[in-house]
Design a binder for this molecule. Structure first.
Ligand SMILES: Cc1cc2nc3c(=O)[nH]c(=O)nc-3n(C[C@H](O)[C@H](O)[C@H](O)COP(=O)(O)OP(=O)(O)OC[C@H]3O[C@@H](n4cnc5c(N)ncnc54)[C@H](O)[C@@H]3O)c2cc1C
Length: 413
């Protein structure tokens, strides 16, 4: 399918496609389903990605990337999503991708030297710590309870952090956590929270556990529960302006949600390719499964939905590139792409019968991975809240639309 992509985006996508076909998919197929992929495999893939000129395309060249804008890298993200190994190989994997973007946007030169360059090089890992267990902030981030207070310590001005986070992706493997904390308890949370860089080897940071969870067997990515008890970091670990945490998070989350949409649409597209191949090869009741009209219509519906999802994501990205916030378009893309990806992967599993459940094919991993997408980066319901708020704005309600309605119980004259 052709999209309104620039020549740069189309070239990048082609290189990413070649890299996926020639390097990543063979590595995935050589790997035993059900086993965690070793770090050395990822490191080797990253070397190859540099050779194909598809490594960290979204990062400015001065920090080790290729310096391309969001709209031009989107098609690459879809290619990367076709295997769970694709995004880490091209260094476009969450949460590092969003964290690198945040550091690039608001980090000081010293913070970029300390964290951004090594992150791009793949020498260190990062995590983003916002969500808290009840009664702290989850769907409603205004309920955030983690605090960071300014104090004078032995080493000078510092932040003293206390709190409890969970679902901190990659937290147990992270060298640094971008931590969202309340820094002004009097202010409305949206005007009183900040992001602070907390190295995980700081005294008082306790990785309690990796939360056992539904998810692919091949990925070693954990989601940690983390406690912060009297954690002290220098005042200069503040990332961006004080009390601007949510504004910064919003700048991070818009693009990060779209890149997630593209990775998952790539995953769904690959699942469909596997299913179409299986169905074309498999016979039942005297003909190929691919010839059954019920299956053909289901695949046609999935292709249509995927095309709509890709188009919506591109539209939102174009608006962001023009400097618009595109909040509603991002929410619509996120809700729609997550549902379409989940339904498409479920269909692919069904079309492959028992093979779809086995870990011989990547579908079982995809099926487990996709479910979380309706919860991460804002649940369906939170995004629908945003869409509905816009749908019910003051222009939407038009009393004159009711003028022709009969008013029962009111006098006719
Ligand atoms: C695999 C995974 C990775 C994650 N990675 C990270 C990470 O790296 N960093 C991080 O900070 N967080 C991360 N999260 C957390 C994620 O952002 C939260 O789970 C999500 O924001 C929902 O918060 P919650 O779990 O507290 O759900 P709750 O707030 O407890 O909500 C429960 C349910 O209530 C419903 N609900 C909520 N509000 C409304 C409403 N207004 N109307 C109707 N229904 C509503 C929704 O169905 C929601 O799912 C991750 C989560 C998962 C599962």
């Amino acid at each position: 399918m052709e999209y309104n992509d620039s020549a740069t985006a189309a070239d990048l996508r082609q290189r990413a496609h070649d890299f996926m076909e020639e390097v990543v998919l063979p590595a995935e197929r050589a790997h035993d389903g059900g086993e965690v992929v070793p770090h050395e495999t990822i490191a080797d893939l990253r070397e190859s990605a540099r050779e194909y000129d598809v490594y960290a395309p979204q990062i400015p060249e001065e920090y080790g990337g290729m310096g391309l804008g969001l709209r031009d890298v989107l098609p690459l993200f879809e290619e990367a999503g076709r295997s769970l190994l694709g995004a880490p190989a091209m260094r476009v994997d969450a949460p590092d991708e969003g964290n690198m973007h945040t550091l690039e946007l608001v980090g000081t030169e010293a913070q970029k030297d300390e964290w951004l360059r090594p992150l791009v090089a793949g020498e260190v890992n990062s995590a983003f710590g916002m969500t808290e267990p009840a009664p702290g902030g989850g769907s409603d981030p205004k309920m955030l309870r983690t605090t960071a207070e300014r104090a004078s310590g032995r080493a000078g001005d510092e932040w003293v952090i206390d709190g409890h986070k969970w679902w901190t992706t990659q937290g147990s493997a992270a060298d640094v956590i971008l931590l969202m904390a309340r820094t002004d308890e009097e202010a409305h949370p949206y005007a009183g929270c900040s992001i602070i860089l907390v190295p995980t080897d700081t005294e008082g940071v306790e990785i309690v556990r990796d939360i056992p969870h539904l998810g692919p067997a091949s990925s070693s990515e954990g989601h940690a529960e983390v406690r912060f008890d009297d954690v002290r970091v220098p005042a200069e670990n503040l990332l961006g302006e004080e009390n601007e945490g949510f504004t910064i998070a919003q700048q991070r989350l818009g693009p990060a949600r779209l890149t997630h949409c593209m990775r998952f649409s790539g995953m769904a597209d690959r699942a469909l390719t596997v299913a179409k191949t299986y169905m074309s090869d498999r016979e039942a009741f005297g003909s190929s499964v691919a010839d059954k009209q019920a299956q053909r219509f289901a695949v046609a519906e999935a292709e249509t939905q995927l095309h709509a999802a890709r188009t919506m994501v591109r539209d939102a990205a174009e608006k962001i590139a023009r400097g618009e916030e595109a909040r509603v378009e991002v929410s619509m893309s996120k809700v729609f792409a997550a549902r379409v990806a989940q339904e498409t992967i479920d269909l692919a599993v069904q079309c492959c019968g028992g093979a779809g459940i086995s870990r011989d094919l990547p579908l079982a991993d995809f099926y487990e991975a996709v479910r979380a997408f309706r919860i991460i980066d804002g649940t369906d319901e939170v995004h629908k809240r945003t869409i509905a708020r816009d749908a019910f704005d003051e222009d939407a309600v038009r009393p004159e639309e009711l003028e022709s309605l009969p008013r029962f119980g009111e006098s006719a004259d």
